[in-house]
Design a protein around this ligand. Sequence first.
Ligand code: FMN
Length: 352
Amino acid sequence: MFSYNTIKKVLFKFEPETAHNIAECGLRIVGKCKLIKNPMKKKNFINNSKLSQEIFGVTFTNPVGLAAGFDKNATMVKAMPSLGFGFTEIGTMTPKPQDGNPKPRMFRYPEAKSVQNAMGFNNEGAHKVLKNLKEVYPASIPVGVNIGKNKLTPEEFALSDYKMLIKKFEETSDYLVINISSPNTPNLRDLQNEKFITELFEMAKEYTKKPILLKIAPDMEAAQAIELCKSAINAGAAGIIATNTTIDYDLVPGCKDFGGLSGACLTDKSYAIFKEIAKELYGKTVLISVGGIATGEQAYARIKAGASLVQSYSGLIFEGPSMVRKINEELLELIAKDGYANIQEAIGTDLK
Ligand code: FMN
């Protein structure tokens, strides 16, 4: 078989979004074809009880998940265990289908192992995504559903977009995520305020008992992020996902001045804000850390800082399909080295 370095050379000759579409085609085939899916899963999916956790009443066989945005339309769920992922998050999807922003809207910076995207929630809309999801749910790994408002929905009607999506997906998901942290939908981040967040989670409680998490941006002062997370939890949120992409364009010299940056350039920033949030909220809610995680050491740092789970997207582009297996293998080594019996014992140890 070809090494990922060879495949990457070919993929990187294409525009990033075209490369993504090619990868999606490949992964759809993987998901459908047992002759490819099963051997890949055998190789990449680490099934070791030391990494397994029960969270939200479901089993997360390992703590490394696919971050939102890669599988917006739930077309690749079945392939994810073959890449080693212990859970996956589909979306962000919106009530109505939308095209997203004009292309080009995805850029890669190989030297910085970073990506910039201004996709703008391009997706097939809740109806079609639910249809896709119903074909594969329940899956062999937990599936999170990340929801957002349509671009044309005015702020004052945003709540009804989220209401519609919660009702639609609550039975076909293991957890839901409220995304008000994308930089690519005009004014979306304005919804990151205590009033809206409180209203949103209070409303959600009326319609579902499914765990709903809040995904936040890294571009706020830690104190503000903590207050927002606290409001969400007080109003019923089941957890926090930190963080989305950043609009700190100094992190990659020569990058575009729009969209959100992710990958290696985001590692320190997302780790820093995660640590601040975890200092306040570890033990009070479920924390998921995402942003520039591509190695076992980085994942372990977040776990020791208080993350029960981690997610990755950009790392997959640069490191390829062996990344998750390597992260999990390294995690097992690091846990053993520190003398912990399992991952649960390692979570939050920096804070104890
Ligand atoms: N996050 C969302 O919550 N919803 C999205 O639709 C979404 N789309 C994304 C599209 C692209 C091309 C990328 C690179 C990221 C997207 N993200 C989205 C953000 C990721 O889920 C993640 O929070 C961020 O990229 C940081 O993780 P990473 O450094 O491992 O990529």
